[in-house]
Design a protein around this ligand. Structure first.
Ligand code: GLN
Length: 253
């Protein structure tokens, strides 16, 4: 009799343990994934730190996912693949220091803006380029499909513009004199100038832009949810706190 009871107790204990594990498993499975496409060569918005992708966008996205009760998954892809991937439903959203433009609005929808960007020109110290006028006929490096690419190609001619997969590669090309300058957003520009000797940023600002998150046209449900989360995170100072962590006051525009 005693033995039967002991076995019974053991069986019940085992059932309890299995039950708890099953419940935990179900809980994590229930959490839907929020897939964000980015190009993690755009410090301080997104960059690699060891195995992790960190930065302003990565941290804001993590807080948004938290608010939506979702699990954030970041996919590091070429900048030019973000919008097509979002349109095809491969990614739920694109967040990559991405500028809102009329042309992009024909393909995707954007969230409210959460930051400003400025296109600037990186040159080598002592460069013959002293102002925007000097860019005519010079070899300009850009990141493929970015606003820097679009403006430079329009204004200075496609034949004078070399397109690179990302900012890091464009800056390497400038350092090795393959090009005369790089047109890129101001904060990544500052990071690249700080990380490489002999580079500087031209005084003139090129274009001021709004950064936002993009979604597939039909996914207005997610767009609205993200907008409401973003609104709360801006109102309670969380977004500013993240920006301040990555951009110190003395280097901010
Ligand atoms: N803000 C620029 C654009 O949207 C560059 C973004 C990027 O290179 N990640 O085109």
């Amino acid at each position: 009799m005693k033995k039967t009871l002991k076995i019974l107790a053991a069986v019940m204990a085992l059932a309890l343990v299995i039950g708890v594990f099953a419940a935990c498993g179900a809980k994590t499975e229930e959490k839907a994934t929020l897939t964000m496409a980015t190009n993690a060569e755009f410090p301080p918005y997104e960059f690699h730190e060891g195995d992790a992708i960190v930065g302003i966008d990565a941290e804001i996205a993590a807080l948004i996912a938290d608010k939506l009760g979702m699990e954030l998954k970041i996919e590091d892809v070429e900048f030019a693949s973000i919008i097509p991937g979002v349109q095809a439903g491969k990614y739920d959203m694109g967040m990559a220091g991405m500028t809102v433009t009329d042309e992009r609005l024909e393909s995707v929808n954007f969230s409210d803006s959460y930051a400003k960007g400025v296109q600037v020109v990186i040159i080598k110290e002592g460069s013959a380029i002293k102002s925007l006028d000097d860019l005519t006929g010079k070899k300009i490096g850009v990141q493929t499909a970015t606003t820097g690419d679009i403006y430079a190609s329009d204004e200075f001619g496609e034949e004078n513009v070399t397109k690179y997969e990302n900012g890091a590669i464009a800056v390497q090309a400038l350092l090795s004199d393959k090009i005369d300058c790089v047109i890129i957003d101001n904060e990544p520009a500052k990071s690249y100038v700080a990380a490489n000797e002999g580079l500087t940023i031209l005084e003139t600002e090129y274009a001021v832009e709004d950064y936002a998150i993009c979604f597939a046209k039909e996914n207005t449900e997610l767009q609205e949810k993200v907008n409401s989360a973003l609104k709360d995170l801006i109102a309670d100072g969380s977004v500013q706190k993240i920006v301040d962590k990555y951009i110190s006051a003395d280097t901010a525009e």
